[in-house]
Write a protein that binds this ligand. Structure first.
Ligand SMILES: [Zn+2]
Ligand SMILES: [Zn+2]
Length: 345
């Protein structure tokens, strides 16, 4: 079945981390992390509606300037999400430039920056080119759970992992996909009409099974009308398939609490993009640097039941040894016995 979006790493596994999630049928995309994004052409950057930053180390945030330069004067809105301190970091980036003419641009740009803490409390601020990107604070908010952004067709969730600093791991989840079974519709003696959109919407938004769905359709005999319950119609005329789920996990230590956070966020995920920075032979170094080894990444993928896994964020020290990192991750994901790794804290 056709998917709503297609995820792709921005750079090769040795380049800066970043995941571009393209919505095929809409002129829009999401970006996870904002490091070196020069590989993305301007037309792809102009499609971005939301950018989700894991943490503000340079390899995850230094591309802010590049993005700003491309969208300025050409794009009206951009929403940026991050962890604690993120709104101030966006503000400082913007204050590093002189903006004496930007208020005259024909296409004004509004940047909406949002940050969330581990307890769900959040801050937001707007920065408009019309006012030289002066910070305008919005009302603080509290998220009831880990959903950072939600629309009818998909949502983005985030949970914190420990990287020496708080770092967000993300999940992008397509809402269940609903298709009309045309043959069963015909067998029922009814035809398509606007009522099918009402039915689909009710199913996607989780309306009760007893919700009445007024049906109107037209055929050679003329106009018809009937009312049936959502529960009845759903099984008669729709095929519902679970939506695809994608995980983006980078920059974290190998700890039990990180594993638990990832299990809650990503259990059974369809595709897991996960950092695999060091070989397991260098696990003591990985621990000091607050990163995972390829083996640890594979074990996490196995533990959460990832159906596919894509490693990235390789350390430059393995420039010609990428196949070893990939093999180590895949063996751990598959559960192939490996020599025991040195104990980690
Ligand atoms: Zn990094
Ligand atoms: Zn980092």
């Amino acid at each position: 079945m056709r998917h709503l979006f297609e995820p792709r790493l921005v750079n090769d596994a040795f380049g800066d981390p970043g995941l571009y999630v393209d919505f095929r049928d809409e002129r829009r995309a999401l970006l996870f992390d904002l490091g070196d994004i020069s590989a993305l052409p301007p037309r792809k950057l102009l499609r971005l509606s939301q950018v989700f930053v894991t943490h503000a180390h340079m390899d995850h945030f230094s591309g802010f300037d590049h993005l700003l330069r491309v969208v300025l004067g050409r794009k009206e809105n951009l929403v940026l999400h991050g962890g604690p301190g993120f709104v101030a970091q966006v503000e400082h980036k913007l204050r590093a430039y002189t903006w004496n003419v930007v208020h005259r641009y024909e296409v004004p740009l509004v940047i909406d920056a949002r940050e969330t803490a581990a307890d769900g409390r959040g801050l937001r601020a707007r920065f408009s080119s019309r006012s030289g990107f002066t910070r305008e604070d919005g009302a603080p908010f509290t998220l009831p759970d880990d959903v950072l952004h939600e629309e009818t067709a998909f949502r983005v969730r985030g949970r914190f992992v420990d990287h020496g600093v708080p770092c967000l791991a993300y999940a992008v989840e397509e809402t269940a996909r609903v298709n009309v079974a045309k043959d069963r519709l015909a067998a029922l003696g009814v035809s398509t009409g606007a009522w099918l959109s009402v039915l689909k919407h009710a199913v996607l938004t989780g309306a009760p099974q007893t919700t009445p769905i007024p049906m109107r359709w037209r055929d050679r005999q003329g106009e018809h009308a009937a009312t049936r319950s959502l529960g009845e119609l759903q099984h008669l005329v729709l095929d519902v398939a679970p939506g695809r789920r994608i995980g983006y996990v980078t920059d974290l230590r190998h700890t039990e609490s990180n594993l638990e956070a990832l299990s809650r966020l990503l259990a059974g995920v369809d595709i897991l993009f996960i950092e695999s920075v060091f070989l397991d032979a260098d696990s003591a170094h990985a621990q000091r640097k607050n990163h995972l080894t390829a083996r640890q990444a594979g074990e996490i993928a196995r533990r959460i039941g990832a159906r596919a896994v894509v490693p990235f964020h390789f350390s430059p020290r393995y420039q010609h040894r990428a196949p070893e990192l990939v093999a180590e991750l895949r063996a751990a994901w598959a559960g192939t016995p490996q020599p025991p790794a040195p104990a980690t804290a």
